[in-house]
Design a protein around this ligand. Sequence first.
Ligand code: BES
Ligand code: MG
Ligand code: ZN
Length: 481
Amino acid sequence: MNIRLHDGPLAELECDALVLPLTGGGALGQSAATQVAGLRESGEVTGKPSELTLLHEPKNLAARRLMLVGVGDELDATQAFHLAGQAVRVAQQKKFKRLAIAFEDGGLIRALVEGCVYGGYERPKYKSDDSASPVEEIMIVAPGADELAFEAGRAVGESVNLTRRLVDIPANDLGPVEFADMAESMGSAAGLEVEVLDEPALEALGAGSLLSVAKGSARPPRLVRLSWNPSNAIGGSHLFLVGKGVTFDTGGLSLKPANSMEKMKYDMAGAATMLGAITAIARLGVPQRVSCLLGLVENMPSGTATRPGDIVQAMNGKTIEVINTDAEGRLVLADALTYAVRQGATHLIDAATLTGAVSVALGSVNIGLMSNNESLQSHITASGLAIGEHFWALPMNDDYLDPMKGDLSDLRNAGTDRKAGTITAAKFLEQFVDATPWAHLDIAGTANLDKELPHAPKGASGIAVRSLVCAVENWPNGGPG
Ligand code: BES
Ligand code: MG
Ligand code: ZN
Protein backbone atom coordinates (compact mmCIF):
# COMPACT_ATOMS: atom_id res chain seq x y z
CA MET A 1 0.00 0.00 0.00
CA ASN A 2 1.52 3.24 -1.15
CA ILE A 3 0.57 6.14 1.12
CA ARG A 4 1.67 9.65 0.24
CA LEU A 5 0.94 13.29 0.88
CA HIS A 6 -0.78 15.11 -1.95
CA ASP A 7 -1.29 18.76 -2.68
CA GLY A 8 -3.88 20.26 -5.00
CA PRO A 9 -7.57 21.08 -5.43
CA LEU A 10 -9.85 18.38 -4.00
CA ALA A 11 -12.36 18.66 -6.80
CA GLU A 12 -9.70 17.58 -9.31
CA LEU A 13 -8.45 14.56 -7.36
CA GLU A 14 -8.91 11.45 -9.46
CA CYS A 15 -9.58 8.41 -7.26
CA ASP A 16 -12.07 5.65 -6.56
CA ALA A 17 -13.21 7.38 -3.41
CA LEU A 18 -12.52 10.64 -1.66
CA VAL A 19 -12.88 10.30 2.11
CA LEU A 20 -13.93 13.26 4.23
CA PRO A 21 -14.58 13.60 7.93
CA LEU A 22 -18.06 14.94 8.44
CA THR A 23 -17.19 18.31 9.90
CA GLY A 24 -18.20 20.45 6.93
CA GLY A 25 -17.52 20.60 3.20
CA GLY A 26 -15.68 23.89 2.85
CA ALA A 27 -13.04 22.79 0.40
CA LEU A 28 -15.37 20.71 -1.74
CA GLY A 29 -16.63 21.70 -5.14
CA GLN A 30 -19.77 23.80 -4.72
CA SER A 31 -22.24 21.20 -5.99
CA ALA A 32 -20.90 18.35 -3.86
CA ALA A 33 -20.92 20.62 -0.81
CA THR A 34 -24.57 21.38 -1.48
CA GLN A 35 -25.29 17.64 -1.75
CA VAL A 36 -23.66 17.01 1.63
CA ALA A 37 -25.46 19.94 3.23
CA GLY A 38 -28.75 18.56 1.92
CA LEU A 39 -28.11 15.16 3.49
CA ARG A 40 -27.37 16.77 6.81
CA GLU A 41 -30.45 18.96 6.72
CA SER A 42 -32.70 16.01 5.99
CA GLY A 43 -31.29 14.27 9.07
CA GLU A 44 -30.25 11.28 6.97
CA VAL A 45 -26.65 11.92 7.89
CA THR A 46 -25.78 13.04 11.41
CA GLY A 47 -22.00 12.80 11.65
CA LYS A 48 -21.91 10.53 14.69
CA PRO A 49 -18.69 8.53 15.05
CA SER A 50 -18.22 5.76 12.46
CA GLU A 51 -21.40 6.65 10.52
CA LEU A 52 -20.41 6.05 6.90
CA THR A 53 -22.15 7.45 3.84
CA LEU A 54 -21.09 6.66 0.29
CA LEU A 55 -22.22 9.08 -2.41
CA HIS A 56 -22.01 7.77 -5.97
CA GLU A 57 -20.92 10.07 -8.79
CA PRO A 58 -20.59 13.15 -6.57
CA LYS A 59 -21.30 16.32 -8.49
CA ASN A 60 -18.36 18.30 -9.88
CA LEU A 61 -15.72 16.02 -8.32
CA ALA A 62 -13.22 13.93 -10.24
CA ALA A 63 -13.57 11.26 -7.52
CA ARG A 64 -15.92 8.37 -8.40
CA ARG A 65 -17.29 8.21 -4.89
CA LEU A 66 -17.46 10.52 -1.91
CA MET A 67 -17.10 8.70 1.40
CA LEU A 68 -18.29 10.69 4.40
CA VAL A 69 -17.28 9.41 7.81
CA GLY A 70 -18.81 10.81 10.99
CA VAL A 71 -16.38 11.92 13.68
CA GLY A 72 -18.75 13.18 16.36
CA ASP A 73 -18.26 16.57 17.95
CA GLU A 74 -14.58 16.91 17.34
CA LEU A 75 -11.97 15.57 14.97
CA ASP A 76 -9.14 14.51 17.32
CA ALA A 77 -6.34 11.92 17.12
CA THR A 78 -8.67 9.12 18.24
CA GLN A 79 -11.29 9.96 15.63
CA ALA A 80 -8.66 10.43 12.91
CA PHE A 81 -7.25 6.96 13.60
CA HIS A 82 -10.69 5.34 13.61
CA LEU A 83 -11.84 7.18 10.51
CA ALA A 84 -8.78 6.18 8.49
CA GLY A 85 -8.94 2.56 9.63
CA GLN A 86 -12.62 2.31 8.77
CA ALA A 87 -12.25 4.04 5.40
CA VAL A 88 -9.47 1.71 4.30
CA ARG A 89 -11.46 -1.35 5.36
CA VAL A 90 -14.57 -0.21 3.51
CA ALA A 91 -12.43 0.58 0.46
CA GLN A 92 -11.05 -2.98 0.54
CA GLN A 93 -14.55 -4.45 0.73
CA LYS A 94 -15.67 -2.29 -2.22
CA LYS A 95 -12.49 -3.16 -4.13
CA PHE A 96 -11.43 0.48 -4.42
CA LYS A 97 -7.78 0.73 -5.44
CA ARG A 98 -7.11 4.46 -5.23
CA LEU A 99 -8.25 6.29 -2.15
CA ALA A 100 -7.88 9.94 -1.16
CA ILE A 101 -8.43 11.24 2.38
CA ALA A 102 -8.70 14.94 3.04
CA PHE A 103 -8.39 16.76 6.37
CA GLU A 104 -8.59 20.51 6.74
CA ASP A 105 -5.37 20.72 8.69
CA GLY A 106 -2.24 18.63 8.92
CA GLY A 107 -2.01 18.47 12.71
CA LEU A 108 -3.52 15.00 12.88
CA ILE A 109 -1.37 13.49 10.14
CA ARG A 110 0.34 10.93 12.36
CA ALA A 111 -2.91 9.46 13.70
CA LEU A 112 -4.34 9.52 10.18
CA VAL A 113 -1.42 7.56 8.71
CA GLU A 114 -1.40 5.15 11.67
CA GLY A 115 -5.08 4.50 10.96
CA CYS A 116 -4.50 3.95 7.23
CA VAL A 117 -1.79 1.38 7.90
CA TYR A 118 -3.90 -0.23 10.65
CA GLY A 119 -6.92 -0.46 8.34
CA GLY A 120 -4.78 -2.03 5.63
CA TYR A 121 -3.70 -4.90 7.91
CA GLU A 122 -3.79 -8.22 6.09
CA ARG A 123 -4.30 -11.24 8.32
CA PRO A 124 -1.91 -14.17 7.86
CA LYS A 125 -2.97 -16.09 4.76
CA TYR A 126 -4.32 -19.59 5.32
CA LYS A 127 -7.41 -19.52 3.08
CA SER A 128 -6.88 -21.12 -0.34
CA ASP A 129 -9.41 -18.83 -2.02
CA ASP A 130 -8.24 -15.60 -0.47
CA SER A 131 -10.19 -12.84 -2.17
CA ALA A 132 -8.51 -9.97 -0.30
CA SER A 133 -8.37 -6.86 -2.39
CA PRO A 134 -5.82 -4.49 -0.91
CA VAL A 135 -6.01 -0.76 -1.52
CA GLU A 136 -3.03 0.16 -3.70
CA GLU A 137 -2.70 3.86 -3.17
CA ILE A 138 -3.79 6.39 -0.56
CA MET A 139 -3.32 10.10 -1.20
CA ILE A 140 -3.59 12.28 1.86
CA VAL A 141 -4.48 15.92 1.51
CA ALA A 142 -3.80 17.69 4.78
CA PRO A 143 -2.43 21.22 4.46
CA GLY A 144 0.56 21.85 6.72
CA ALA A 145 1.19 18.16 7.44
CA ASP A 146 4.68 17.51 8.73
CA GLU A 147 6.77 15.00 6.77
CA LEU A 148 8.34 13.54 9.94
CA ALA A 149 4.96 13.05 11.59
CA PHE A 150 3.78 11.35 8.40
CA GLU A 151 6.72 8.91 8.50
CA ALA A 152 6.24 8.36 12.25
CA GLY A 153 2.65 7.34 11.51
CA ARG A 154 3.83 4.77 9.04
CA ALA A 155 6.46 3.34 11.45
CA VAL A 156 4.01 3.08 14.34
CA GLY A 157 1.21 1.65 12.17
CA GLU A 158 3.53 -1.01 10.78
CA SER A 159 4.74 -1.91 14.26
CA VAL A 160 1.18 -2.35 15.49
CA ASN A 161 0.51 -4.62 12.51
CA LEU A 162 3.63 -6.64 13.34
CA THR A 163 2.13 -7.24 16.79
CA ARG A 164 -1.21 -8.22 15.27
CA ARG A 165 0.38 -10.61 12.78
CA LEU A 166 2.28 -12.47 15.51
CA VAL A 167 -0.89 -12.76 17.59
CA ASP A 168 -2.98 -14.00 14.65
CA ILE A 169 -0.53 -16.69 13.50
CA PRO A 170 -1.68 -20.06 14.86
CA ALA A 171 0.48 -21.80 17.46
CA ASN A 172 1.54 -24.64 15.16
CA ASP A 173 3.46 -22.04 13.16
CA LEU A 174 4.60 -19.90 16.09
CA GLY A 175 6.15 -21.60 19.10
CA PRO A 176 8.75 -20.04 21.43
CA VAL A 177 11.64 -20.70 19.03
CA GLU A 178 9.83 -19.31 15.98
CA PHE A 179 8.76 -16.26 18.00
CA ALA A 180 12.34 -15.71 19.17
CA ASP A 181 13.59 -15.98 15.57
CA MET A 182 11.03 -13.39 14.43
CA ALA A 183 11.96 -11.10 17.32
CA GLU A 184 15.61 -11.43 16.39
CA SER A 185 15.10 -10.55 12.74
CA MET A 186 12.58 -7.76 13.35
CA GLY A 187 14.66 -6.37 16.20
CA SER A 188 17.92 -6.31 14.25
CA ALA A 189 16.16 -4.73 11.28
CA ALA A 190 14.97 -1.93 13.56
CA GLY A 191 18.50 -1.37 14.92
CA LEU A 192 18.04 -3.09 18.28
CA GLU A 193 20.60 -5.19 20.14
CA VAL A 194 19.19 -8.70 20.52
CA GLU A 195 20.06 -11.47 22.98
CA VAL A 196 18.29 -14.84 22.96
CA LEU A 197 18.59 -17.01 26.08
CA ASP A 198 17.92 -20.71 25.49
CA GLU A 199 17.07 -23.43 28.01
CA PRO A 200 20.61 -24.05 29.31
CA ALA A 201 21.14 -20.31 29.72
CA LEU A 202 17.88 -20.05 31.65
CA GLU A 203 18.87 -22.97 33.85
CA ALA A 204 22.18 -21.30 34.60
CA LEU A 205 20.27 -18.17 35.65
CA GLY A 206 18.04 -20.20 37.97
CA ALA A 207 14.85 -19.34 36.13
CA GLY A 208 12.99 -22.23 37.75
CA SER A 209 9.63 -20.50 37.64
CA LEU A 210 9.62 -19.82 33.89
CA LEU A 211 11.17 -23.22 33.15
CA SER A 212 8.48 -25.02 35.16
CA VAL A 213 5.89 -23.83 32.62
CA ALA A 214 7.91 -25.03 29.63
CA LYS A 215 8.51 -28.51 31.06
CA GLY A 216 5.39 -30.10 29.59
CA SER A 217 6.08 -28.99 26.05
CA ALA A 218 8.26 -30.57 23.39
CA ARG A 219 9.12 -27.04 22.32
CA PRO A 220 11.89 -25.40 24.37
CA PRO A 221 11.44 -21.95 25.96
CA ARG A 222 13.28 -18.76 25.12
CA LEU A 223 13.85 -15.45 26.89
CA VAL A 224 14.57 -12.70 24.41
CA ARG A 225 16.10 -9.35 25.30
CA LEU A 226 15.97 -6.47 22.83
CA SER A 227 17.67 -3.20 23.71
CA TRP A 228 17.44 0.31 22.33
CA ASN A 229 20.37 2.28 23.65
CA PRO A 230 20.60 5.53 21.67
CA SER A 231 23.68 7.70 22.11
CA ASN A 232 21.44 10.76 22.59
CA ALA A 233 19.41 9.19 25.42
CA ILE A 234 18.23 11.78 27.92
CA GLY A 235 17.46 11.55 31.62
CA GLY A 236 19.34 8.36 32.47
CA SER A 237 16.33 6.08 33.02
CA HIS A 238 16.18 2.58 31.61
CA LEU A 239 12.66 1.32 31.02
CA PHE A 240 12.08 -2.42 30.57
CA LEU A 241 9.02 -3.60 28.66
CA VAL A 242 8.29 -7.17 29.72
CA GLY A 243 5.84 -9.37 27.81
CA LYS A 244 4.06 -12.65 28.54
CA GLY A 245 4.67 -14.85 25.54
CA VAL A 246 2.81 -18.11 26.12
CA THR A 247 2.58 -19.21 22.50
CA PHE A 248 -0.21 -21.59 23.46
CA ASP A 249 -1.93 -22.05 26.80
CA THR A 250 -3.68 -25.39 27.23
CA GLY A 251 -3.70 -24.82 30.99
CA GLY A 252 -1.15 -27.63 31.39
CA LEU A 253 -2.28 -30.50 33.66
CA SER A 254 -4.94 -28.14 35.06
CA LEU A 255 -6.32 -28.47 31.53
CA LYS A 256 -8.66 -25.85 30.14
CA PRO A 257 -12.05 -26.95 28.78
CA ALA A 258 -12.14 -27.59 25.00
CA ASN A 259 -14.63 -24.79 24.49
CA SER A 260 -12.70 -21.78 23.11
CA MET A 261 -9.31 -23.29 23.88
CA GLU A 262 -8.28 -22.44 20.31
CA LYS A 263 -8.27 -18.78 21.34
CA MET A 264 -5.28 -19.42 23.57
CA LYS A 265 -2.94 -18.86 20.63
CA TYR A 266 -3.27 -15.21 21.62
CA ASP A 267 -1.68 -15.84 25.02
CA MET A 268 1.56 -14.40 23.64
CA ALA A 269 -0.06 -11.02 22.93
CA GLY A 270 1.85 -9.33 25.77
CA ALA A 271 5.18 -10.30 24.21
CA ALA A 272 3.97 -9.29 20.74
CA THR A 273 2.84 -5.93 22.14
CA MET A 274 6.23 -5.21 23.68
CA LEU A 275 8.06 -6.28 20.53
CA GLY A 276 5.84 -3.98 18.45
CA ALA A 277 6.36 -1.11 20.88
CA ILE A 278 10.16 -1.33 21.03
CA THR A 279 10.38 -1.73 17.25
CA ALA A 280 8.41 1.49 16.85
CA ILE A 281 10.49 3.28 19.51
CA ALA A 282 13.67 2.37 17.62
CA ARG A 283 12.26 3.30 14.23
CA LEU A 284 11.20 6.69 15.60
CA GLY A 285 14.64 7.16 17.16
CA VAL A 286 13.14 8.13 20.53
CA PRO A 287 16.00 9.44 22.74
CA GLN A 288 15.27 7.09 25.66
CA ARG A 289 17.00 3.96 26.78
CA VAL A 290 14.49 1.11 26.55
CA SER A 291 14.79 -2.67 26.68
CA CYS A 292 12.28 -5.39 26.15
CA LEU A 293 12.10 -8.91 27.60
CA LEU A 294 9.94 -11.58 26.02
CA GLY A 295 9.21 -14.69 28.11
CA LEU A 296 8.39 -17.34 25.49
CA VAL A 297 6.99 -20.73 26.48
CA GLU A 298 4.30 -23.20 25.49
CA ASN A 299 2.06 -24.51 28.31
CA MET A 300 1.26 -28.17 27.62
CA PRO A 301 0.19 -31.21 29.67
CA SER A 302 2.40 -34.27 29.36
CA GLY A 303 4.42 -36.82 31.31
CA THR A 304 7.11 -34.21 31.85
CA ALA A 305 4.75 -31.38 32.81
CA THR A 306 4.79 -29.61 36.16
CA ARG A 307 2.14 -31.08 38.50
CA PRO A 308 -0.20 -29.13 40.76
CA GLY A 309 1.48 -29.18 44.16
CA ASP A 310 5.02 -29.04 42.74
CA ILE A 311 7.20 -26.39 44.36
CA VAL A 312 9.59 -24.47 42.15
CA GLN A 313 12.20 -21.83 42.85
CA ALA A 314 12.18 -18.54 40.99
CA MET A 315 15.28 -16.63 39.86
CA ASN A 316 15.06 -14.28 42.85
CA GLY A 317 15.16 -17.28 45.23
CA LYS A 318 11.47 -17.26 46.20
CA THR A 319 9.72 -20.63 46.24
CA ILE A 320 6.32 -21.04 44.61
CA GLU A 321 3.80 -23.83 45.04
CA VAL A 322 2.11 -24.42 41.69
CA ILE A 323 -1.51 -24.78 42.76
CA ASN A 324 -2.88 -24.44 39.25
CA THR A 325 -0.75 -25.00 36.16
CA ASP A 326 -3.16 -22.72 34.24
CA ALA A 327 -1.92 -19.73 36.27
CA GLU A 328 1.29 -19.96 34.22
CA GLY A 329 1.66 -16.41 32.95
CA ARG A 330 2.69 -15.10 36.36
CA LEU A 331 5.31 -17.86 36.62
CA VAL A 332 6.83 -16.76 33.33
CA LEU A 333 6.71 -13.06 34.21
CA ALA A 334 8.16 -13.63 37.69
CA ASP A 335 11.55 -14.59 36.26
CA ALA A 336 11.41 -12.12 33.39
CA LEU A 337 10.76 -9.30 35.89
CA THR A 338 13.61 -10.46 38.13
CA TYR A 339 15.93 -10.57 35.13
CA ALA A 340 14.87 -7.03 34.16
CA VAL A 341 15.64 -5.75 37.66
CA ARG A 342 19.04 -7.49 37.53
CA GLN A 343 19.76 -5.88 34.17
CA GLY A 344 19.35 -2.45 35.75
CA ALA A 345 15.75 -1.52 34.99
CA THR A 346 14.82 1.82 36.55
CA HIS A 347 11.19 1.41 35.41
CA LEU A 348 9.15 -1.65 34.46
CA ILE A 349 6.01 -2.11 32.43
CA ASP A 350 4.68 -5.58 31.71
CA ALA A 351 1.88 -6.59 29.37
CA ALA A 352 0.12 -9.92 29.66
CA THR A 353 -3.07 -11.77 28.80
CA LEU A 354 -2.96 -12.75 32.44
CA THR A 355 -6.48 -13.36 33.72
CA GLY A 356 -9.94 -14.18 32.45
CA ALA A 357 -11.16 -12.11 35.40
CA VAL A 358 -10.10 -8.85 33.76
CA SER A 359 -12.75 -9.40 31.07
CA VAL A 360 -15.36 -9.92 33.76
CA ALA A 361 -14.35 -6.64 35.40
CA LEU A 362 -13.64 -4.42 32.40
CA GLY A 363 -14.90 -6.21 29.29
CA SER A 364 -13.06 -5.45 26.09
CA VAL A 365 -13.07 -1.69 26.62
CA ASN A 366 -10.40 -1.02 29.25
CA ILE A 367 -6.98 -2.51 29.84
CA GLY A 368 -6.53 -3.45 33.51
CA LEU A 369 -3.73 -1.31 34.93
CA MET A 370 -2.04 -2.13 38.22
CA SER A 371 1.00 -0.36 39.57
CA ASN A 372 3.13 0.33 42.62
CA ASN A 373 3.71 3.91 41.46
CA GLU A 374 1.13 6.68 41.06
CA SER A 375 3.04 8.79 38.56
CA LEU A 376 3.86 5.88 36.26
CA GLN A 377 0.22 4.83 36.44
CA SER A 378 -1.12 8.26 35.50
CA HIS A 379 1.52 8.69 32.80
CA ILE A 380 0.28 5.50 31.12
CA THR A 381 -3.38 6.43 31.51
CA ALA A 382 -2.76 9.87 30.01
CA SER A 383 -0.77 8.43 27.10
CA GLY A 384 -3.68 6.14 26.28
CA LEU A 385 -6.23 8.91 26.54
CA ALA A 386 -4.34 10.98 23.95
CA ILE A 387 -4.77 8.32 21.27
CA GLY A 388 -7.99 6.57 22.32
CA GLU A 389 -6.86 3.51 24.27
CA HIS A 390 -8.37 3.12 27.73
CA PHE A 391 -6.60 2.01 30.89
CA TRP A 392 -8.39 1.54 34.18
CA ALA A 393 -6.40 1.43 37.38
CA LEU A 394 -7.35 -1.26 39.88
CA PRO A 395 -6.55 -1.07 43.62
CA MET A 396 -3.40 -2.72 44.97
CA ASN A 397 -3.94 -2.95 48.74
CA ASP A 398 -1.48 -5.34 50.38
CA ASP A 399 -4.41 -7.39 51.67
CA TYR A 400 -4.81 -8.71 48.12
CA LEU A 401 -1.50 -10.54 48.54
CA ASP A 402 -2.86 -12.74 51.34
CA PRO A 403 -4.35 -15.45 49.09
CA MET A 404 -1.01 -15.72 47.28
CA LYS A 405 1.05 -16.41 50.42
CA GLY A 406 2.25 -19.99 50.58
CA ASP A 407 1.83 -22.56 53.27
CA LEU A 408 4.74 -24.85 52.39
CA SER A 409 6.37 -22.23 50.18
CA ASP A 410 6.91 -18.47 50.02
CA LEU A 411 4.17 -17.98 47.46
CA ARG A 412 1.47 -19.96 45.70
CA ASN A 413 0.52 -19.21 42.11
CA ALA A 414 -3.24 -19.23 42.72
CA GLY A 415 -5.54 -18.41 45.59
CA THR A 416 -8.34 -20.58 46.95
CA ASP A 417 -11.15 -18.73 45.18
CA ARG A 418 -11.65 -16.48 42.16
CA LYS A 419 -12.15 -13.25 44.08
CA ALA A 420 -10.29 -10.26 42.60
CA GLY A 421 -8.33 -12.64 40.36
CA THR A 422 -6.82 -9.86 38.28
CA ILE A 423 -5.48 -8.02 41.32
CA THR A 424 -4.20 -11.05 43.22
CA ALA A 425 -2.25 -12.00 40.07
CA ALA A 426 -0.73 -8.51 40.02
CA LYS A 427 0.19 -8.72 43.71
CA PHE A 428 2.00 -11.96 42.90
CA LEU A 429 3.98 -10.19 40.15
CA GLU A 430 4.82 -7.34 42.49
CA GLN A 431 6.89 -9.78 44.57
CA PHE A 432 9.43 -9.84 41.74
CA VAL A 433 10.02 -6.13 41.06
CA ASP A 434 11.66 -5.06 44.35
CA ALA A 435 11.03 -1.32 44.74
CA THR A 436 11.30 -0.52 41.02
CA PRO A 437 8.44 1.66 39.72
CA TRP A 438 6.35 -0.90 37.85
CA ALA A 439 3.05 -1.08 35.99
CA HIS A 440 1.23 -4.21 34.91
CA LEU A 441 -1.17 -4.20 31.95
CA ASP A 442 -3.67 -7.06 31.88
CA ILE A 443 -4.71 -7.17 28.23
CA ALA A 444 -6.60 -10.49 28.33
CA GLY A 445 -9.90 -8.71 27.63
CA THR A 446 -8.65 -6.34 24.96
CA ALA A 447 -5.86 -7.96 22.90
CA ASN A 448 -8.20 -10.05 20.79
CA LEU A 449 -11.46 -8.91 19.23
CA ASP A 450 -14.30 -11.45 19.23
CA LYS A 451 -16.39 -9.10 17.09
CA GLU A 452 -15.21 -6.88 14.29
CA LEU A 453 -15.18 -3.11 14.77
CA PRO A 454 -15.57 -0.52 12.02
CA HIS A 455 -11.79 -0.06 11.89
CA ALA A 456 -10.68 -3.60 12.76
CA PRO A 457 -11.51 -7.18 11.84
CA LYS A 458 -11.93 -9.98 14.38
CA GLY A 459 -8.66 -11.14 15.89
CA ALA A 460 -5.62 -9.33 17.24
CA SER A 461 -6.30 -5.69 18.14
CA GLY A 462 -2.70 -4.58 18.63
CA ILE A 463 -3.90 -2.64 21.67
CA ALA A 464 -1.38 -0.84 23.92
CA VAL A 465 1.39 -0.56 21.34
CA ARG A 466 0.50 3.02 20.41
CA SER A 467 -0.04 4.04 24.04
CA LEU A 468 3.34 2.64 25.06
CA VAL A 469 5.13 4.39 22.21
CA CYS A 470 3.40 7.61 23.18
CA ALA A 471 4.33 7.06 26.86
CA VAL A 472 8.02 6.67 25.96
CA GLU A 473 8.01 9.62 23.54
CA ASN A 474 6.64 11.80 26.34
CA TRP A 475 8.76 10.20 29.08
CA PRO A 476 9.47 12.80 31.76
CA ASN A 477 13.13 13.55 32.38
CA GLY A 478 14.47 10.63 34.44
CA GLY A 479 11.13 8.84 34.18
CA PRO A 480 7.92 9.02 36.23
CA GLY A 481 8.10 8.25 39.93
N1 BES B 1 -4.11 -17.10 29.57
C1 BES B 1 -4.99 -17.21 30.65
C2 BES B 1 -5.85 -15.97 30.85
C3 BES B 1 -6.82 -15.69 29.73
C4 BES B 1 -8.12 -16.11 29.83
C5 BES B 1 -6.45 -14.94 28.66
C6 BES B 1 -9.03 -15.82 28.83
C7 BES B 1 -7.35 -14.65 27.66
C8 BES B 1 -8.64 -15.08 27.76
C9 BES B 1 -4.21 -17.44 31.95
O1 BES B 1 -3.05 -18.15 31.80
C10 BES B 1 -5.10 -18.22 32.84
O2 BES B 1 -5.43 -19.31 32.48
N2 BES B 1 -5.46 -17.64 33.98
C11 BES B 1 -6.33 -18.28 34.90
C12 BES B 1 -5.79 -18.04 36.29
C13 BES B 1 -6.44 -18.86 37.35
C14 BES B 1 -6.14 -20.33 37.14
C15 BES B 1 -5.93 -18.42 38.70
C16 BES B 1 -7.72 -17.68 34.75
O3 BES B 1 -7.83 -16.49 34.47
O4 BES B 1 -8.68 -18.43 34.84
MG1 MG C 1 -3.34 -20.24 31.86
ZN1 ZN D 1 -2.11 -17.96 29.99
